[in-house]
Design a protein around this ligand. Structure first.
Ligand code: SF4
Length: 440
């Protein structure tokens, strides 16, 4: 657990010399607890205190980073058990697994297909994060060739899966200068695996069945000088998985239990397992295969879970052109909450009819929420019309309010007296019909 200001104060010299820029050591301690200053600003902290303070400042779940060719996947560093308490910071990495028992050309073709997958969701490009190669052949040379085949088809980070240190060492040969994960350290091979992780600057994944065993292993591996560790529990049972993942997260966050203060890796084989892993509390997901209809909803779920609930995804307020509108075409108005914007924009685009879409600054809230919060009213809409020079773009001044805020039409008429105010449908899905029947 992070130390409080008072606990930090007890470790400071308590001379109130002011050299740190604060009038007292207590004031400095309070700022340090709030992570607003650096410990090095006080030149008089003893070495013993420095060690204690550094330990307390370490995140309860270690930040792990896999890197390759400009790509980086960061997981860990989480500080809350539930997203609504603050936010979740680092999305779990989604990796696609292949094995070395299929021909290199087929590996390349499959990797290329998954590597190029990108889907735009509310303005954000969603992709997978990397690939895992599993040694099933038992042949170190074959494994190395399979790793090379993946690397030839993708630059994304890799996870090497084998409990045979010789195979892992062989696979690592073509990943110089990268920070991959090697997965498969157990009670029998951990020393050799730790040596490989250390010499190749790789993250080391441990595989165990029980938490007690994981605790022993991480302590032993840490003793060998390897700090970047990932925990893999071998349960394939949904409820056991949930219990273990929750216990690890709770022990790390609530008890600051360092032996389990690492991200986890899971190998889901069904949509239910994968969805559970994203929500509770996997650091890495290694999927058995790649299909767009399996991966797409997982990426969307991940995006939603790892969006800061206090900072809605927003689009830039402004006037957007849809289907090449001309001056006589109507102006539809909505808010700058991403999901609202894309729902409306997609329906207008799908209608095939041209329109101007005026997006007002509603602090990222949806229409009804913004209206209830006083962030989407006639005054703000009129202000947006003026600030984005909408009147200069149209010859027929027609503006369409969302049906959910029909109540604003009278006030908007008063704000925009030379405009024709229309009330659109309540649901975005009804926009095409409305445009064809009412606005055409
Ligand atoms: S420099 Fe150190 S000893 Fe001096 S007031 Fe600041 S915290 Fe206290």
């Amino acid at each position: 657990m992070a130390l409080s200001g008072i606990q930090i104060y007890k470790l400071l010299p308590q001379t109130n010399c002011k050299e740190c820029g604060f009038p007292t050591c207590l004031a400095f301690a309070m700022k340090l607890a709030a992570k607003q200053v650096e410990l090095s600003d006080c030149p008089y902290v003893s070495e013993e205190s420095k060690t204690q303070l550094a330990e307390s400042a370490a995140p309860p779940i270690r930040l792990i980073s896999l890197k390759s060719n400009g790509y980086e996947v960061k997981v860990g560093n989480e500080v809350v058990l539930f997203r609504h308490e603050k936010t979740f910071y680092n999305k779990p990495g989604v990796f696609i697994k292949f094995s070395d028992d299929i021909p290199a050309e087929e590996i390349k073709a499959r990797v290329e297909k998954a590597d190029s997958f990108v889907v735009n969701y509310v303005g954000i490009d969603l992709t997978i994060d990397g690939f895992a190669m599993e040694c099933l052949s038992g042949d170190a040379d074959k494994f190395a060739a399979a790793v090379k085949a993946v690397r030839a088809a993708s630059k994304r980070p890799l996870i090497l899966l084998s409990q045979d240190p010789a195979a892992i060492e062989s696979g690592l040969q073509s990943l110089d200068g990268e920070a991959p994960m090697i997965y498969g350290a157990n009670a029998d091979n951990w020393e050799k695996m730790a040596e490989l992780a250390k010499s190749h600057k790789a993250v080391l994944g441990v595989t165990t069945t029980f938490l007690e065993e994981a605790t022993d292993l991480t302590e032993q591996i840490k003793g060998k000088g390897v700090e970047d560790i990932v925990l893999g529990l071998s349960s394939k049972n949904l409820s056991t998985n949930l219990i273990q993942q929750t216990q690890i997260r709770k022990l790390a966050l609530k008890k600051n239990y360092k032996p389990l203060g690492y991200p986890t890796i899971t190998f889901p084989t069904s949509a239910a397992e994968a969805a559970q892993a994203i929500t509770k509390y996997a650091g890495f997901l290694v999927l058995d295969s790649f299909t767009e209809d399996f991966v797409y909803p997982l990426l969307v779920l991940r995006q939603n879970i790892y969006t800061d609930p206090q900072k809605p995804i927003q689009v830039q307020p402004g006037i957007y052109e849809i289907n090449n509108p001309k001056p006589e075409d109507p102006v539809l108005v909505t808010t700058n909450f991403s999901i609202t914007y894309f729902s409306v924009a997609n329906e207008v685009e799908g209608s095939g009819m041209p329109a101007w879409l005026l997006v007002t600054d509603a602090e990222g809230m949806s229409v009804l929420t913004a209206w209830a919060a006083g962030k989407f009213d006639a005054e703000r809409i009129a202000k947006a019309v003026k600030s984005f020079d909408v009147a200069d773009k149209v010859s027929r001044k027609r503006i369409v309010l969302p049906g959910a805020v029909a109540v604003l039409s009278g006030e908007l008429e008063a704000e925009l007296p030379d405009w024709e105010i229309r009330v659109g449908p309540r649901e975005a899905v009804d926009i095409p019909k409305f445009m064809k029947l009412v606005l055409a």
